[in-house]
Design a protein around this ligand. Structure first.
Ligand SMILES: [Zn+2]
Length: 386
């Protein structure tokens, strides 16, 4: 379910959809008829353009998700929304089932863990009666955690040497004129910023555990304690901790000012008493939506912030998620507050030059590009690399 085309043309500023019926009538979400003969719905990861509006599903629909505990956390963020986003949580009449990596389920679907800017993320293989289908979901070849989530190796394990009949392959980065940075470039940049600045704040999307782990490791290398300054990042702490991606949580703390108890053992530090007094011992992490309020509040505590703060805004890709904050307003405010910004877009998707590697592993006899503005370009590139 994707509302990107609809959002771009019809939701601007304060104009919001009126609800499910209107979203259906303008074809931003699928008509009810598509659910008539389905056996189940598979969600590859929890970016909003893939999760969709579970509350809009007809009664009795079976939904497979990568993890139920993370879904519950995300649903709580939107349940009380005054807008159509309140339709995101599933209704009681929907059966939600957790996917098991590499295990074929009763419908012939095998989830394959892949690297992406949402964790966990799966590709799927469907072994049907007549054909074998591969659905990529969103994926990158070279993730922030390197071999810890090896997309190509994981896919190869399941596909084997025979290849598949139909490949539904995302092509987000293909045909785009702005090239996002990769994992190596990101690590180098953040390291340099950490070495030459005092107060550093990094924005992290709460579903991006690979980023969470990467930033934690970079902070630890420069002997800084990570301070979580956003309630949603505190909400996902137990899931992140159980994900096996998390490293040591000893150098992890929660800002006491946000008054949000963590469900795993962590330290609490005060932004006012500890972080602002000794900024080069800490690295603040915040989600984009809470950034501005936090900084404005900090500004009222002391003038020091004006000359010494650096913000690293990690931007999601355009197709990725609902923009919850007006970026222009945010950067304007940050400038007023004397904060210098590094605006970095890290790719959650494979690069055009990696299409070859992906096709060599998936070996599709027929290719259908999805999740791209340039499907014909994906097909032309694919032909060239065969
Ligand atoms: Zn995604």
């Amino acid at each position: 379910m994707s509302g990107s085309k609809y959002s771009k043309n019809t939701i601007v500023g304060r104009i919001h959809p009126l609800g499910i019926n209107e979203l259906r009538s303008v074809r931003a979400i699928p008509p009810l008829s598509v659910f008539e003969d389905i056996d189940a719905l598979y969600i590859s990861h929890f970016h909003l353009d893939h999760l969709g509006l579970l509350g809009a599903l007809p009664p009795g629909t079976k939904v497979y998700v990568p993890t139920i505990s993370m879904l519950k956390v995300i649903e709580e963020w939107y349940r009380a929304s005054p807008t159509w986003m309140a339709e995101l949580p599933h209704k009681l009449h929907t059966e939600v089932i957790e996917l098991k990596p590499y295990r074929e389920d009763e419908l012939g679907v095998i989830p394959i863990p892949v690297s992406h800017s949402a964790y966990p993320a799966d590709s799927f293989i469907y072994r049907g009666h007549n054909s074998i289908v591969f659905y990529s979901g969103d994926l990158r070849v070279d993730g922030l955690l390197g071999p810890r989530i090896n997309t190509l190796e994981n896919i190869e394990k399941v596909v084997g040497s025979e290849g598949i009949d139909i490949g539904l392959l995302e092509g987000t980065n293909i045909g785009e004129v702005e090239t996002p940075v990769g994992s190596d470039e990101f690590r180098i940049m953040v390291n340099k910023v950490l070495m030459s600045n005092k107060l550093v704040i990094v924005s992290i999307d709460p579903v991006d555990f690979e980023m969470f782990t990467t930033v934690t490791e970079l902070a630890s290398l420069s002997s800084r304690t990570i301070v979580i300054a956003s309630p949603r990042l505190v909400d996902v702490l137990p899931q992140w901790h159980n994900s096996m991606l998390s490293t040591d949580t000893e150098k992890l703390a929660v800002a006491s000012e946000i008054e949000k108890p963590a469900l795993i053992p962590v330290n609490y530090v005060s932004l006012k008493q500890d972080v602002l007094k000794d900024p080069d011992n800490f690295l603040l992490i915040q989600e984009p939506i809470g950034f501005l309020e936090m900084l404005r509040r900090m500004k009222t505590w002391g003038e020091k912030l004006q000359t010494e703060a650096i913000s690293i805004l990690t931007m999601p890709e355009p197709l990725e998620s609902e923009a919850e904050i007006e970026e222009k307003v945010l950067t304007y405010w940050l400038n007023i507050l004397g904060v210098h910004i590094y605006r970095i877009r890290i790719s959650g998707h494979y690069y055009p030059h990696e299409l070859r590697n992906l096709l060599e592993v998936v070996k599709p006899r027929k290719l259908i590009p999805i999740h791209t503005k340039h499907p014909s370009l994906v097909l032309r590139l694919a032909k060239q690399v065969k």
